[in-house]
Write a protein that binds this ligand. Structure first.
Ligand code: GDP
Length: 547
């Protein structure tokens, strides 16, 4: 009797101790992504961050550009041919006692729904802006997803070593277009192209000065200069920077943690990633301002605390096209508890066990085993053919289901047909599989028939994936033909019917196989406006908001 009581008490103590340890590990995690338009400097910034922090694992590539350090990957033929990485890389850094997980958001031609889905796995985003270009298309799209998911955004204005826009003008643009109040934390001394240093709004009496090495090939060193010295040596540049900061402060543009976490404000940093200027303050902000993993919303209401038993979210599934490794890797973000390799977890959707014998922390060509992972960390599970994007995994005795992943508005549409009509069974099976994996969204209509489904994707490269996998994996080569649409909105049966009969509106309505949503496709937004005028009672909804 006594021993039983003691054992129970002992187990509870162990559990409480374990929970405290997990909570401690979670508290020192920061899981984030950089959102930017191609060429804004994401790879350069990532490398600069790695200069300051100690890389715990290096995921082969920052992201692909032929000839750049560490980006070669022979994982997929397509990667070789294009010199870009299809695999989402995760970098893990140690910095100031924290563990930073930086998830790559693929851009360029490999921009796809996966890029958006990465944002389901982060707690914060760094929005990288080119000082000369301001807000660009891809940044806007990714920002919309952050805003929708309530992900706080830190802004870094890059390339201040080059001629560009005025700092205040860039802040105005962010506020006007994103409805996000900028709260500058560092402020440039010297206009774009004449960067002398930075003032930190929290310590405005001193200047951070950077000594550039000739040619700028190496990281600039940071030197702290008292305000008096800065005033003497930098003259008007210093005075102007201090005055502008004072004006902004008087206007209330000060960092406020609650407003930032609430998505109402964005702390802003300036710098030049290429010479490492202003990168340390940004890294400090990730540690000091970005939130650690917190309780996560559950599908049926309520939340899952970080110190609850293990749970994780599958946010990306990557099929390996290399015939020598025909496996599937599921990328899982740990949401609660401890992930331990070798344990068996439960797939919530089916209630079936999943063995985690092959868990990796590194993706791409270089895979290394991960033994333990905590909330905020990402693990790659191989042989994961049973797992799907949006799946929840949990500890067998402690069920949890996270809300489904939203699907995003596709912008590219192609009709798929089997090259060889006698392979139509394999064709149907392959298309259904790719739909289920979320490689593309599959749309059908009575008009077109099931043999001619329309494949819809966020980025055009998904069609290359489809073509390669249909031929290689399902032995059903496809012919793809582009449709002249670029905009998809959700509508209802009445709207769909009206659009398909209308002679006034250019467009077509199809049904998404996965969730039976009616999608109205238009060549451009003017035709979408025509639809709204012609069918004022039919809804036309943004797909981002559709769950
Ligand atoms: P990504 O496409 O966003 O990953 O951009 P990259 O990191 O590849 O950078 C695009 C180009 O901008 C490259 O030529 C970089 O050398 C250059 N670049 C990146 N950061 C800076 C910067 O701070 N200053 C200047 N002058 N060039 C930069």
């Amino acid at each position: 009797m006594t021993s039983e009581v003691e054992r129970t008490a002992g187990e509870q103590t162990r559990t409480a101790g374990e929970a405290a340890r997990v909570a401690g590990e979670a508290a020192r995690r920061r899981t984030f992504a950089v959102i930017s338009h191609p060429d804004a400097g994401k790879s350069t910034l990532t490398e600069a961050l790695a200069l300051h922090a100690r890389a715990i694992t290096e995921a082969g590539a920052v992201h692909g550009k032929a000839g750049r350090r560490g980006v070669a990957s022979d994982w997929m033929e397509m990667e070789k041919a294009r010199g870009i990485s299809v695999t989402s890389a995760v970098l893990q850094f140690a910095y100031r006692g924290c563990v930073l997980n930086l998830l790559d958001t693929p851009g360029h031609a490999d921009f796809s729904e996966d890029t958006y889905r990465v944002l389901a796995a982060v707690d914060c985003a760094v929005m990288l802006i080119d000082a000369a270009k301001g807000l660009e298309e891809q940044t806007r799209k990714l920002f919309d997803v952050c805003a929708h998911r309530g992900i706080p955004v830190i802004t870094f204005v890059n390339k201040w070593d080059r001629p560009g826009r005025e700092a205040l003008e860039l802040l105005d643009e962010i506020e006007r277009e994103f409805g996000l109040r900028p709260t500058p934390v560092t402020w440039p001394v010297g206009y774009a192209g004449r960067l002398r240093g930075l003032v930190d709004a929290r310590e405005p009496e001193r200047m951070l000065r950077y000594a550039r090495t000739p040619g700028g090939a190496h990281a600039a060193t940071e030197e702290v200069v008292p305000g008096g010295v800065a005033a003497r040596e930098e003259g008007d540049d210093w005075t102007q920077a201090v005055e502008e900061l004072e004006l902004l402060r008087a206007d209330g543009a000060e960092h406020d943690r609650e407003a930032f976490l609430d998505g109402r404000t964005t702390p802003v940093f300036f710098g030049a990633a290429i010479t490492n200027i202003g990168v340390r303050p940004l890294l400090d902000a990730v540690v000091d301002m970005a939130p650690p993993p917190g309780p996560r919303e559950l599908a049926g209401g309520g939340t899952r605390a970080v110190d609850a038993p293990f749970s994780g979210l599958v946010f990306k599934v990557q099929a390996n096209m290399d015939p020598a490794h025909r496996d599937r890797i599921a990328f899982v973000r740990v949401c609660s508890g401890v992930f331990e390799r070798g344990t068996t977890v439960t797939r919530a959707a089916s209630g079936r066990p999943f063995a985690t014998k092959y868990a990796h922390s590194v993706f791409g060509q270089d895979r290394s085993m991960v033994e333990t992972a905590y909330p905020g960390d990402v693990v790659g599970l191989v042989n994961a053919s049973a797992l799907r994007v949006g799946d929840t995994l949990h500890s067998p005795g402690s069920p949890a289901v996270f809300p489904p992943m939203p699907t995003f508005a596709p912008e590219h549409f192609m009709v798929a047909r089997p090259v060889d009509i006698s392979r139509s069974k394999q064709f149907r099976r392959g298309i259904a599989q790719l739909d289920e994996e979320g490689v593309v969204q599959v749309l059908v209509s009575e008009l077109r028939g099931e043999q001619s489904p329309v494949l819809a994707a966020v980025g055009p490269m998904q069609f290359d994936v489809v073509a390669a996998r249909m031929a290689g994996e399902f032995s059903a080569p496809v012919r793809l033909e582009a449709l002249p649409y670029s905009l998809a909105r959700a509508t209802d049966a009445t709207g769909a019917d009206g659009l398909n009969r209308s002679r006034l509106v250019k467009g077509e309505a199809l049904t998404r196989v996965r969730d039976k949503t009616h999608l109205a496709l238009f060549p451009d937004r003017w035709q979408a406006s025509n639809f709204e005028r012609a069918f004022p009672d039919a809804p036309l909804e943004s797909l981002l908001a559709a769950h």
